[in-house]
Write a protein that binds this ligand. Sequence first.
Ligand code: TXA
Ligand code: MG
Length: 355
Amino acid sequence: MKKTIMLRVNREEPEIGKIRVAADVIRRGGLVAFPTETVYGLGADALNRKAVARIYAAKKRPLDNPIIVHVASEEVYKLSETVPETANKLIDSFWPGPLTLVLKASETVPRATTGGLDTVAVRMPSLKVALALIRESKTPIAAPSANLSGRPSPTTAEHVKQDLFGRIDVILDAGPTKVGVESTVLDLTVDPPQVLRPGGVPYEELKRTLGRVELHHVAVAERRIPVGRARSPGMKHRHYAPNAEIVVVEGRLDAAIRKVQELVDFHMRTGKKVGILATDESESHYRANVVKSLGSRNDLASTARNLFRLLREFDKEEVDIVIAEGVATKGLGLAVMNRLRKASGFNIVKAEQHD
Ligand code: TXA
Ligand code: MG
């Protein structure tokens, strides 16, 4: 077991001494978990093949699932020699921030980082702690979410500790993350550009900036789709899976509430411990062993912020099954529903209107 050092850092004014301790670990090929505005990442020197191999080992991540490279400036030309005009437009509008761009990779990027692909995913995070770490490391940082493969992404340092303590060198703790779901992954190697994973930058905003942009059908799937040789291999791995079984109920709120309670009653009669993932608007209507609210339907950003934490909490309470209400697939709700549907293994029930 490795010795894992936990360091608390100030989110607004990161203490440079602490950042340097972590940067030193990165420079020597070690692993540092650090906060970003989306979720915590598990970082290593993106240009060091051996360091990147350690990320896969620590997370138990499938080797064909490529890793996002994090940069601290808008300078991406070292990582990709063919940066299209659309990339510059997007970088101007959304960096630093939760938008990852998939570009043709240059020779500099080890294929260990790209999971063997000839493309590279790049993003510039906006959290000061992340930017300071990248700058002090003097190298781009490869970082997937800092969870064990198959677990919900970490939105606090405590979540990282639960999964990776003893497996990595440093955890930088700057409190809970702001966005709560991962970045939007946008493929710019195809025309029109395609959203491979909905995330922190809503599709509607990309559309406003680009005009032409598509959602990859797997990213918005409501059932399991065979993906074959997926352009984004993350699509085909089971993700965000808590221990409990999850059922997602979608449909108009009044019908959904009736359906959720019907399913809960059924499972409770069979002796199961049942959880409900409700919303602020519906929470008080329910009876179950555990009821938690994702946030308000009128504030989808709040549902994004709470989702992964609540999935972990249900695990902790050892519920056997969670019945989850769906939310609208607009704004950040699209990312929330993508994660929730995947976590359920596409166990989706449509609530019907009876009147
Ligand atoms: O917000 C985020 O994106 C967080 C923070 C730490 O930055 N990172 C993150 O990384 O969520 P990860 O590894 O958990 O998810 C990266 C996703 C995966 O679905 C992966 O398949 C896809 O991005 N990806 C990475 N490189 C790619 C590439 N070259 N082509 C297509 N998809 C790629
Ligand atoms: Mg991940």
